[in-house]
Design a protein around this ligand. Structure first.
Ligand SMILES: [Zn+2]
Length: 558
């Protein structure tokens, strides 16, 4: 029996369907069978397809979209962090102390008390280990900045991690030292704070972001089961926000193996694309591991096929690589890859037929990255590579048209611009010269110059809630004297669905509602087009369907 003859197992009718399919952009209903979209059209026509076993859901005028594609997140880390102390919104010493004490009481056995979301300005001065000792001194504690690029630890945590008197760290990763020769407590970038996080006993889960290496020894079934629970928690959190596909921006083979096991157990509720993480110290020959992962994992639910690299750090800690010095300093950060070698790496990855995704935040890092992609194109000839750049927080004007010309996707995060959602406007003053604000956090300008857009949260860096992301994208206020970088509602939704799917080479599978593609759907709990933009973030998800299976249903939604 071919798919057209099948009786639908699910019909959603009376919806405002925004399909993202240019041939039929709007419809009223979608019928699904066998995990795929069977038909899209009018409610009466779809309802006529129903058989005795068909589940028919009346959407009552709600907006139905292709399931959201989260183009940049960290699923394993996000899942693990759900059980850590959350410091978002906490400010001042007394509030910080109260939060840690409550968490310590509730978690008497944790080997380290880890907190997330600590604002860089959580205290009125740079945080030191002595500050954190005054919070709790007799248990190791540490807190991470929202951007995940800085950790502050108390003296006991630094001592247990072997960092109190400094450490040999790779270029760009810094144990900040005080004049007395001890660590201040501030640890910049992963290889500086990795030993502190490792005190929690989950170091093997950090490998995907830290070294790109594999756990050794390979985790036994009991360890894998514990690890999978964290992923399942992360998946459930994402399903609640309508996400049916995601691009995991760290990874190793172990990540893929855990996901494949979840798939086999029927517990994988989203499609996950996982990269090989290439580090600056690695030999070109290590890319054979990337090719092996691409070969081993190429299913509809777990897929590899791309290589992730970090070209720089972040703006707040001034580790983002800029073409000019930061305001009031002579620092401009540095590229993590030597530019000539980066070109060689890009040529080799591209030659292997793999995609490249590079974290590049400063305008210097963005330029070095584009140069690498251009070198690959020159060396190997044009192909459907879809190399992409993650973040692009500042760009040199001369580089803007190069993205579109080379087909480079701008993978950007609507929640990230200071002032747009959670990050404070103070960052703008500290890290960008006033005359460069017009080149910061560009979206529309990049799109107008031909760059495909994909939107994401970078969870757990910011809230994974797509509705809040859409609101941030639509309500962002232009910086003083700068152009409006918003794109319209449809382009925004496209960047969270079909655009993300295309950027991940998933467009033949998902991201659009049309017959034959996956039954990946999200039903918004309202009519998105008539909601005021400032009300979108508070609007929930009524239903998430992934591969035809309901993975989230709002309480009370029938
Ligand atoms: Zn990220």
């Amino acid at each position: 029996m071919n798919v057209e003859d099948r009786q639908p197992d699910l019909i959603i009718k009376n919806a405002k369907v925004l399909t993202m399919d240019p041939d039929l952009p709007r419809a009223e209903a979608v019928a699904c069978a066998g995990g795929k979209v069977l038909a899209v059209g009018r409610s009466a026509d779809m309802a006529a397809l129903a058989g005795p076993d068909t589940v028919v859901i009346d959407a009552d005028g709600r907006t139905l979209l292709p399931g959201f594609v989260e183009s940049h997140l960290h699923l394993v880390l996000g899942g693990a962090e759900l059980e850590q102390l959350q410091l978002g919104g906490v400010a001042g010493f007394e509030a910080l102390k109260a939060a840690f004490h409550a968490y310590a009481t509730a978690n008497p056995d944790r080997p380290i008390l880890l907190a997330q979301g600590a604002a860089y300005e959580i205290l009125d001065h740079p945080v030191t280990r002595q500050d954190l000792d005054a919070v709790i001194a007799d248990r190791p504690i540490a807190m991470m900045a929202p951007d995940h690029h800085t950790v502050w630890a108390n003296t006991l945590a630094l001592t247990q991690a072997g960092l109190l008197h400094g450490a040999d760290t790779p270029h760009g990763h810094v144990v900040v030292m005080a004049p007395d020769g001890t660590a201040t407590g501030e640890l910049r970038e992963f290889e500086a704070f990795g030993p502190v996080l490792a005190l929690g006993g989950e170091a093997h889960l950090q490998l995907g972001i830290a070294t790109g290496g594999e756990p050794d020894p390979w985790p036994d079934a009991a360890q894998r089961a514990a690890d999978k629970e964290k992923i399942v928690a992360g998946l459930a959190h994402c399903a609640r926000h309508g996400i049916t596909s995601m691009v995991n921006m760290d990874g190793n083979r172990y990540t893929c193996v855990l996901l494949k096991e979840l798939e086999a157990e029927g517990r994988l509720t989203a499609r996950v694309v996982v990269p090989f993480h290439m580090k600056p110290h690695m030999d070109l020959s290590e890319l054979s591991r990337a090719s092996a992962m691409a070969e081993e994992f190429k299913g509809d639910w777990v897929r590899s096929g791309f290589v992730k690299m970090f070209q720089d750090g972040v703006v707040d800690s001034r580790t983002a690589y800029m073409l000019h010095a930061y305001p009031g300093t002579d620092e401009q950060g540095e590229p993590l890859f030597d530019p000539a070698r980066f070109k060689e790496i890009c040529i080799e990855i591209d030659r292997r037929g793999l995609q490249i995704a590079v974290h590049a935040i400063g305008d210097g890092a963005v330029q070095v990255t584009i140069d690498g992609y251009e070198a690959a194109r020159l060396a190997n000839g044009p192909r459907d590579s879809r190399h992409r750049i993650e973040h692009i927080e500042l760009i040199d004007r001369a580089d803007v048209p190069r993205l579109g010309a080379l087909g480079i996707t701008a993978s950007v995060q609507p929640p990230h611009p200071p002032g747009a959602m959670e990050f404070p406007m103070s960052t703008m003053e500290h890290v960008f010269h006033r005359d460069r604000w017009k080149d910061a956090y560009l979206w529309k300008t990049l799109a107008d110059h031909g760059a495909p857009l994909a939107y994401a949260s970078d969870w757990p860096v910011t809230d994974v809630n797509v509705m809040r992301g859409i609101q941030a994208a639509l309500t962002r206020v232009p910086y003083a004297g700068c152009q409006d970088e918003r794109v319209g509602l449809m382009e925004t939704l496209h960047a969270y669905t079909a655009g993300g799917a295309w950027a991940a080479h998933l467009e033949d599978l998902t991201g659009t509602l049309k017959p034959g593609l996956a039954a990946d759907l999200v039903l918004i709990d309202g009519d998105l087009e008539s909601l005021p933009p400032l009300g979108i973030g508070a609007t929930g998800i009524a239903l998430t369907v992934s591969g035809g299976r309901i993975t989230y249903e709002a309480p009370g939604f029938a």
